[in-house]
Design a protein around this ligand. Structure first.
Ligand code: UD1
Ligand code: UDP
Length: 368
């Protein structure tokens, strides 16, 4: 029996690893451990529990307003100690967080093969997103087996010299999670009026802290001034650097803005479905929105998911107040523009069978 540790530190890792963990656990050849680093607390456990999962081990490293140094050093130390006490045949990490790279490095130091789920995405600018682009590139330098969501991601890895036989094109596991939640859960506690256009907004990126986030909030107010019937739903990230700014800026807009705690995944998907479009700087939301034909204005200057733009439903608008205002009002006022965006969508992130493909590839890796 092969021992596999699946690592998750933050909300998106939990969501995107969940179906893979269940898939591997159905195979009696594998003994699967869920190693939570606790880079996030409530947001991580909320997402895991949405999929019926609890950590087998939790390093509980989170501190309020933690630094990148703190996350890296404490996850490296904690994951290393875990792996010394519980040797593994493979460690599966996901994506581009500091948990991802630190846990991968702990495994690498112990010569345990690292499987990288969501490998190969590149913005080709190490400062965007920060520090995620670097985390992902560095993880790909030390991984042994690569699960690339798209052909473009695989091409990035090939250009960097990765052996083709180690790369598997799988689609993105977030689509597995999305389809599972749509089939199994439909939780709605938020009551949204039928007769008003709803816009979902999320923002949390490090590079947006400070002035860009204030500009985003000003743009939300501009949109409300242009369309007073609009209702924004804003689930606020737990980070005080984010929620304090959003709260302070939008506290007097109660008729047009619902400020909430982070939503459970099922509720979040419901709100995505109910929205006319989404304003977001999230990575995962770009992928999910393509799968449910929902336009997203991405509040970033570059995306490491170019397919979301060329073959999906996303448009880059940056964090500038005027650009967000004008694009949002155009989507609210111009149905033709909406249709134009949706017609190019080929749903590029897969069919919801990524976990199955990753499972097959992991089996073959051990059979070689
Ligand atoms: C992290 C990831 C980012 C990912 C995001 C998903 C890094 C460097 N950043 O960013 O790639 O897109 O998660 O959401 O890996 N907090 C809580 N409770 C929680 C979670 C966070 O209170 O459950 C607060 C804490 O004060 C914490 C702060 O938020 O210190 C920041 O958390 P951190 O993980 O460092 O950064 P994120 O912006 O969440
Ligand atoms: N999400 C959620 N509840 C929320 C906000 C987001 O379940 O209130 C989900 C969303 O559907 C996506 C993931 O969290 O799957 C994205 O997380 P986040 O934006 O924090 O991180 P990123 O994807 O940018 O790394």
């Amino acid at each position: 029996m092969k021992k596999i540790a699946c690592v998750a530190g933050t909300r998106p890792e939990a969501i995107k690893m969940s179906s893979l963990i269940h898939e591997l656990r159905r195979d009696e050849e594998f003994c699967v451990t869920v190693l939570a680093t606790g880079q996030h607390t409530d947001m991580l456990t909320q997402a895991l529990s949405d999929f019926g999962l609890t950590p087998d081990e939790n390093l509980n490293i989170m501190r309020d307003r933690q630094t990148l140094d703190h996350i890296m050093s404490s996850v490296l130390q904690g994951a290393g100690e875990f792996l010394d006490a519980h040797p593994q045949d493979m460690v599966l990490v996901h994506g581009d967080t500091s948990t991802t790279f630190a846990a991968a490095l702990a495994a690498f130091y112990r010569k345990i093969p690292v499987g990288h789920v969501e490998a190969g995405l590149r913005s080709h600018d190490l400062s965007l997103p920060f520090p995620e682009e670097a985390n992902r590139v560095l993880t790909d330098r030390i991984a042994s087996i690569f699960f690339a969501p798209t052909q473009g991601d695989a091409d990035n890895l090939l250009r960097e010299g990765t052996s083709p036989e180690r790369i598997h094109i799988t689609g993105n596991t977030v689509i597995d999670a999305l389809y599972w939640i749509l089939a199994n859960k439909t939780h709605t506690s938020l009551e949204l009026p039928e007769d008003r256009p709803v816009v979902l907004m999320t923002a949390h990126r490090r590079e947006s802290w400070g002035q860009p986030l204030m500009d985003i909030c000003s743009a939300v107010k501009d949109v409300i001034n242009g369309r007073p019937d609009v209702l924004f739903v804003i689930p606020m990230h737990k980070n005080p650097a984010v929620r304090n700014v959003i709260r302070e800026s939008l506290k007097d807009y109660g008729d047009n803005v619902i400020l909430t705690e982070p939503l459970g995944y099922s509720e979040f998907v419901n709100v995505m479905n109910r929205s006319k479009f989404i304003l977001s700087d999230s990575g995962g939301v770009q992928e999910e929105a393509s799968a449910i034909d929902k336009p997203v204005l991405i509040m970033r200057t570059v995306s490491e998911r170019p397919e979301a733009i060329t073959h999906g439903t996303c448009i880059l608008v940056g964090t500038g107040r005027e650009s967000i205002r004008s694009e949002a009002l155009s989507l609210l006022n111009d149905p033709e523009r909406m249709r134009e965006i949706l017609t190019k969508n080929t749903r590029p992130f897969g069919k919801g069978d990524a976990s199955m493909k990753i499972h097959d590839a992991v089996k073959r890796y051990f059979d070689e």
